[in-house]
Design a protein around this ligand. Structure first.
Ligand SMILES: [Fe+2]
Length: 571
């Protein structure tokens, strides 16, 4: 049975399960080349190559547009042209169920409590009295109890609301006319001049800040401070900065995005505050999940699951819990979750299928006519040497990574020991000065380099971890201002070429780690095809593209203006 799950909405995505096994996952932006693209029509076309028996539609609303003539929704209509008997199931009425299913079924746990922390899920009407009065609210945080016998059952729900939402507090519901965690994070991100969905930039800025008594408390009892945040569900929220002289914006915040000398204390310290307060509140929610379900296995999803700083904080705070963070915890991952939900519910199958890889992009065989472009035959040792000589090398191999990070199949690689590395690559990629870079390392050296808090590996790069004290200073290009790095561990089994390449770099430098950032330029989706990769190196200061499957290095010399600029500034 082929079940295609789709998420319409930002992070549009499609995922195909074949007899319960995940065949592929793809975000629409990778195919359409439009960042955060919403309607996964190209993802459906990928699914149609296999045949689709069941279509599961998620998103955050059960309401779908209707096509003229037949009245069908556009997704079902497209598939019906290929399979008149396609079964269609709409689960848009409870968005968080898709997050919980994805986190639980991918975790490999027999049972778990799912903690979902999300911006704005489905709008719900909660009955508040016996007269049937309804109270509107939007899913924000939820706890579910999960196992293979009973399925996924809601235990607790917090909902955010606008001015028409009444306050209701009971054991299993909390709602009022305030925002909660992720919307607060989004409002701060918008205040700082980022897109509301660019919370990762706020997270990157946060360690530059510190506790600041001039910043008002952002939350009271887990609900956003109404003197700070103005709700606007489902779209977002904003900071009422005119009420707080310290936070009043005197100039466009974008002015400091490219100039570190202009950033204000209020900006840095507000980023610090929202990170600090939200991660502690999610920690409290984890405690609530343990208390209400009695379970020690915790799975985490929803947009806040991508907060790799918070994820490491939970590992430190809860050494006795088994915590799994869904690596595709943004809305795209619900495409997998809802397909799994339907599969396990309809078949009663109890097979546990832990997510074993994130190399889940559609399989493709590609050719490219390099024409006059110089290509040379190379080995991983040659590439390692080039990187150790401070060359930026992009690498494309195999299937693309699921989720918002590169894990060695669509990566830009560099030397982590270069003190100028962060500035150089930030400029080449067109990123803001404060954004840190990730690293990939040989799994066998993990505990020598990082404070692991019981973790044996970090294959999905979900944690910003402390370098061990004795390693401080060894990898300045990927060490954030607080001494952390978002690190991926790599084994031969997971990615043989990448592991070999890192090992070759270790032989030259003694450092079993490579600087790894996603292969894209600012504002663009990760490259998917060889065509995308070639277009990107032609449009950037990246001169080298390594294609391990062809054993080739593509050399596309371009003017190195950005790299030279950084070198001159440092001289
Ligand atoms: Fe979500």
């Amino acid at each position: 049975m082929n079940i295609l799950g789709i998420n319409p909405g930002h992070n549009g995505a499609a995922a195909l399960l074949v007899d319960g096994n995940l065949e592929f996952y793809i975000e629409e932006e990778r195919l359409s080349r439009s960042k955060y693209d919403g309607n996964p029509l190209m993802g459906i076309l990928e699914g149609l190559k296999y045949g689709i028996d069941v279509l599961v539609i998620g998103g955050t609303s059960p309401q779908l547009p209707q096509l003229p003539w037949t009245g069908e929704d556009p997704y079902s209509a497209l598939i019906r042209k290929h399979n008149p008997n396609v079964q269609v199931i709409n689960v848009g009425h409870i968005h968080h169920l898709g997050h919980a299913a994805s986190a639980f079924y991918n975790s490999g746990f027999e049972d778990a409590a799912a903690v979902i922390v999300d911006g704005s899920g489905t709008r719900q009407e909660i009955q508040v009295n016996e007269e049937g009065q309804k109270n509107p609210g939007f899913e924000t945080e939820s706890i579910f109890s999960c196992d293979y016998e009973e399925g996924i059952k809601p235990v607790f729900q917090a909902l955010g609301g606008n001015s028409d939402t009444q306050r209701v507090v009971s054991d299993n519901i909390e709602m009022d006319s305030a925002i909660t965690l992720v919307k607060a994070y989004e409002a701060v991100s918008e205040y700082l001049g980022f897109g509301f969905i660019e919370a990762g930039k706020t997270m990157g800025l946060a360690p530059y800040g510190k506790d600041d008594e001039l910043i008002p408390s952002l939350f009271y009892g887990g609900r956003g401070n109404k003197n700070v945040f103005v709700p606007n569900y489902p779209a977002g929220a904003h900071i009422d900065h005119t009420r707080h002289p310290y936070l009043t914006l005197k100039e466009d915040p974008k002015s400091w995005h490219s100039d570190s000398t202009k950033v204000t204390d209020a900006a840095k310290n507000l980023a610090w505050a929202v990170q600090d307060e939200t991660q502690r509140l999610v920690g409290d929610l984890i405690e609530k999940a343990v208390k209400t379900t009695g379970k020690k296995n915790i799975v985490i999803a929803g947009g806040y699951g991508l907060n790799c700083v918070a994820n490491y904080y939970y590992k430190k705070r809860f050494p006795d819990l088994n915590i799994y963070v869904d690596p595709i915890s943004h809305d795209g991952g619900t495409a997998i979750g809802i397909a799994q939900l339907v599969y396990y519910t309809e078949t009663k199958d109890k097979t546990i299928r832990p997510l074993s890889t994130l190399y889940l992009g559609p399989k493709r065989e590609e050719t490219y006519d390099f024409g006059d472009i110089e290509t040379t035959d190379v080995t991983p040792a040659d590439i390692a040497k080039m990187i150790s000589e401070k060359n930026i090398v992009a690498m494309v191999q195999g299937r693309s990574e699921a989720g918002p990070r590169a894990l060695g199949n669509r990566s830009i690689l560099y030397d982590p020991t270069d003190p100028k590395g962060k500035d150089t690559v930030n400029k080449v990629k067109g990123r803001e000065w404060f954004r840190p870079f990730a690293g990939s390392m040989m799994q066998e050296h993990f505990s020598e380099w990082f404070e692991t808090y019981g973790m044996e590996e970090s294959p999905s790069m979900m944690y910003a971890m402390d370098f061990k004290l004795e390693k401080h200073g060894e990898c300045p290009a990927i060490t954030h201002v607080d001494g952390t790095c978002r690190i991926q561990t790599v084994t031969k089994e997971q990615n043989e070429v990448y592991h070999t390449l890192i090992d070759e770099f270790r032989k030259i430098t003694g450092v079993p780690i490579l600087f790894n950032t996603s292969f894209n330029l600012a504002g663009e989706p990760l490259v998917e095809t060889l065509d995308d990769a070639m277009r990107t190196i032609k449009n950037s200061d990246i001169n080298y593209l390594y294609l391990p499957e062809l054993g080739k290095l593509v050399h596309y010399p371009y003017n190195d203006s950005v790299v030279e600029e950084v070198e001159e500034a440092a001289a």
